[in-house]
Design a protein around this ligand. Sequence first.
Ligand code: ZN
Ligand code: ZN
Length: 445
Amino acid sequence: MGVTEGGTPRHGPAPRRHHPPRSQQPAVASCRWPCHLRLPDTVTPPWPPPLGHPPATRGPRGGHGTEPGAPRAATKGISHPRPTCHCHPSHCHPQPAVPVTSVPCHKCPLSQQQSTVRRVPHASFHSPHVPGLVPKPPSSGAAMDLVLEAADRHLLTPYVYPAGWPEEEPCRQLLSLFVITNLGALALYLLFGTLSYYFIFDHELKKHPQFLENQVSREIAYAVRSLPWISVPTVALFFAEVRGYSKLYDNIEDSPFGWSGVFLSMLSFLFFTDMGIYWIHRGLHHKLFYKRFHKPHHLWKIATPFASHAFHPVDGFMQSLPYHVYPFLFPLHKVTYLGLYIFVNVWTISIHDGDYRVPRLLRHVINGSAHHTDHHLYFDYNYGQYFTLWDKIGGSYKSPTSFEGKGPHDYLRKLREKELRASNGTVASEKNPGASNGTVASKTE
Ligand SMILES: [Zn+2]
Ligand SMILES: [Zn+2]
């Protein structure tokens, strides 16, 4: 965990501060904002500063300076005493150059004395009202924070939770994250799984002899039973993100290399998670774990898109672990993380969709449905997720049988041809009983 100039932990919740009443605050001699404007000693700068004032620069990961929301890099020679109120958002998290929508606050007596307050996440400014609870930094650097805040604002706060239950209270956050994670995962799985099943999956594959009876409903039932259990440890990690312990950031300015940093982080996310999944998946094939945790996923030899999330809970969580570990180790834009989270779910569905096409140039680079189907059929090959890189390094790469005319589709085609020949032979033998010894059939071949 890094430490800012003021000694405040950069990722952890900010320590609780006790500000003196505003009336006792000494007059300041210079502007509180990172501008070059010097003020007479007797003048107290307006608070919040007027529109048009230079905006505050934000520190890394959403403005975590020496205090939440404080301009991190104060201009040299200018003091920036904090305002008196430790509750009111317009005092604590000002963004003076940006016009904001003001709304009445019904949450604290202090803000009711004012006519309006700035709309900021309640999680930030109501923290001091909760005894024993440290306030969360104004921008926690969590992708789930975006979803949680939207759910709180539009649904949970006005319609679901009791009015006295603060939004940043840990039990409430955990409960909300559990519900959001489960509904989100279920929606992604059912929506993209259904689209893939009806528009991409070749239903001919259901005639394959290794396709199980009622397999689709069994896959869905298994996935739906597992998802809540997978979400339990997942929610613990999301909670750590929401409380500000990850390296997720809000703004492009916080990216180490700007936009190119965002692009590089996407690439590194894919390569990091591909490597992590390869070794975890390979470990799950070890005899100590295979039968207990991973075998249920290999029940489906000819998988459908609905097999994509049909894992034992331990298996499902372990294989998703690299996605959750990455933002604790490397900086990542939070919206990018949300996008990647959706992408990995869609990719997982796509490698079970039975569409074996891959551009010829990428056939031995991308781990597609053809590669993963062979993993389901032959077990010890093609453990990777996106790329074949680690299978080639680890000696487990197998060129997909469907690229060589020996895949499930080819098997079905041969089966159909055989049945056709057999039926032709039967018809011929019925027309000419004397040829029932198969001589007619052999002529048709
Ligand atoms: Zn496997
Ligand atoms: Zn699979």
